[in-house]
Ligand binder design. Sequence first.
Ligand code: ARG
Ligand code: ZN
Length: 853
Amino acid sequence: MTQKNAFQTQYLADYRPYPFRLNETRLRFRLSDHATEVESELDLTREGDGPLVLDGGAGLKLLRLAIDGRELEPGDFTREGEVLTIAETALPGTSFTFEAHVRIDPGANTTFEGLYLSGGMFCTQCEAEGFRHITFYPDRPDVMGPFRVSIESTKSILLSNGNPVSTAPGRAEWHDPWPKPAYLFALVAGDLVAISDSFTTMSGREVALNVWVRPGDQDRAGFAMESLIKSMKWDEEVYGREYDLDVFNIVAVDDFNMGAMENKGLNIFNSKLVLASPETATDDDYNRIEGVIAHEYFHNWTGNRITCRDWFQLCLKEGLTVFRDQQFTSDMRSAPVKRIEDVQTLRARQFREDQGPLAHPVRPDHYQEINNFYTATVYEKGAEVIGMLKRLVGDDGYKAALDLYFDRHDGDAATIEDWLSVFEDATGRDLAQFKRWYTDAGTPRLRMDEAWDDGKLTLSFTQVTPPTPGQDDKPPRVIPIAVGLIGPNGDEVRPTEVLEMTEATQSFAFEGLGARPTVSVLRGFSAPVVLDRDLDDAGRAFLLAHDTDPFVRWESGRGLALTALQAMAQGAEPDPAYIAAIGELAGDDAVDPAFRALCLQLPPEDEVAARLSDAGIVPDPDAIHAAHLRLARAVAETHEGLLDRLYRQMTVPGAYIPDAEGAARRALRNVALARLSLLDGGARAAAQFADAGNMTERFAALAALIRAGKAEGALVEFHEEFASNRLVMDKWYMVQPAAADPSQAAAITRKLSERDDFDWKNPNRFRALLGGLSANHAGFHAADGAGYDVTADWLIRMDGANPQIAARMSSAFETWWRYDAGRREKSLAALQRIADTPRLSRNTSEMVSRMMA
Ligand code: ARG
Ligand code: ZN
């Protein structure tokens, strides 16, 4: 069943430069809820041939167009679809000023792109193509210019990009001297309050810092400010990057499609990535706030000063900025823990994407709707590719290349070719083959075989990348394989060495070894591949106990668990080797509690399904769920005493501080709680829920109570206590479907979706509930199709209001092809129902047709 749609496809190969240079943009906003007027003046200089083509959405009410002050007449221009064309005959000479006057209705804008209202506050989201819903403009990242913005409004705080020029009651003017594309434009007008601080840059300039929130939220904005200051300092110290304006503003908004946005000098954030207090935010929330504040700040250089030529190059800024925020978090917290968490995310989201119908290259070469390509592949795999580059050229080579990048491309709208060229020029390396990581989709399968012969160990590798949509043939890639050798007594006999694989099959020999060592391979997860090797339980347990590389250590425990779960899903008993090895590690007080917590977690059920499917076995979600539960229970039964000791030992004295050390102890304690709750009927969880002094403990206890079937009272209590806090209520909506017994998950989702406080147009609330359901693997894939149905119903409804969110959430269906005929039929029927929806958006239409192709 192939689903086609009627929307146009854009191709990388069709790129043409814009035929005009933009010298300056002047904007004047007269804000009002339903009739905002926008007057724009663009100073343009002709550089190529043709008419003046501008983007402009259907929602723009055109009031006036003029060139050099002369009002255009109907014959001077045409408006078709989202394109306004000014005839060449209406354009005088080489330089001229284009003027447009439009009216828009932000109060009716439920898409949350362009200019919209959130809780009475005007705000904007322009990436990727939102500016065309504000006025007519060359809305493409390679058209850049300085901006002057004036805002008239009754709101007290009026913000835009750059530096303030003047403020008077009801009016403000801003000037951004740094040329930027329209996607980095931002405007905020609201009755806001700030917490303020300042930062002195490396060259001694003073920058005023503000985090703007709604009145009453100030006491939850401090951590965001601290994170900003740390980020500014880190980027100076590690990348030599200094901030370049007099002010840096962050605004928190409740209705936001994504996490946050790096608009020049005016970052706009989803409030869940700004607001935190010990009572309302978990350790994970704090962690994410710190990381995303850093991410958006780092974009000032990697994204804003150097932007993208076109949207196909999105990974140029996103892959690099994710890589930078990962480095930042490693420096601020525990580097091994951060690496393992990043690999977990990569596997859960990106490997899953690469394995199915939505697979695409890190740099895609075609799309219908660019907002559908803000994906794990572009972001997370984009960051992995940079990590590989760094490993291949070394730390000094990386630094030289980055210095050259900033030097050579400051002010440019650049490409992946430009990016690779700076590495080639700075290090003398040929990256032609490496480039396949950007152009070819799919996760390589890397097989390792070992041969031992009298002191010589030969490792033979074979790489194969399965076909992905539109790409059948996958030539071999450069794969950096970090390897170390561990001797029989547990000592490392060869430190980490990076083998560079470039062929489909390749061998590497280690000579002069006394006894046969155990190979520690893909250290630090040196390449985003699926590794396949013959290592038995004893070998895995040995590496879990002795490897010096924390990633391989963790990976060995995960390998034991995956093998056990895979066998159990097909009827086997829990694996005593896994249970013994994990107990050994958990009880070792010399090991970082955060690392122990990570090792005690079981691989997600979705990953077990992926692995079975990879092995040619049709996964049964119910059997996987039962195996998961059974293995967790077996661990709990065998190690009850140890878990109880950890539970009592890992308390954190004193007031809650969101630091890595405290978070580590709470994480280990909460895993212990989850396991013990399988035995004690939720007794400890109930006590913890009642006594918890912070949300990290509170929320873990709530989840454990739900799993124990004892949460009725706690859910009511939690709701009463936090009914007025939207972010905490999102947690309440999320955890119920996510932790529910799979047989109940769809019904619980539907019931919750009928509540009055299910404010479904709020993206966080919608994502919490529907995302909670899709995080429940066996619940979403319930055999009767109820999970598919409730999801499809809501996606159809959401598509009419907010296509970006509907399209994004539709990827819950991307693995439909893995399952049995009954489930396949039901999920395809749900997808078909979405596809058949009248006036389905381009966003969702593209997603559904790709998934059904
Ligand atoms: N550039 C933002 C980031 O830092 C993401 C914004 C994407 N927005 C969108 N509607 N696609 O990652
Ligand atoms: Zn980003």
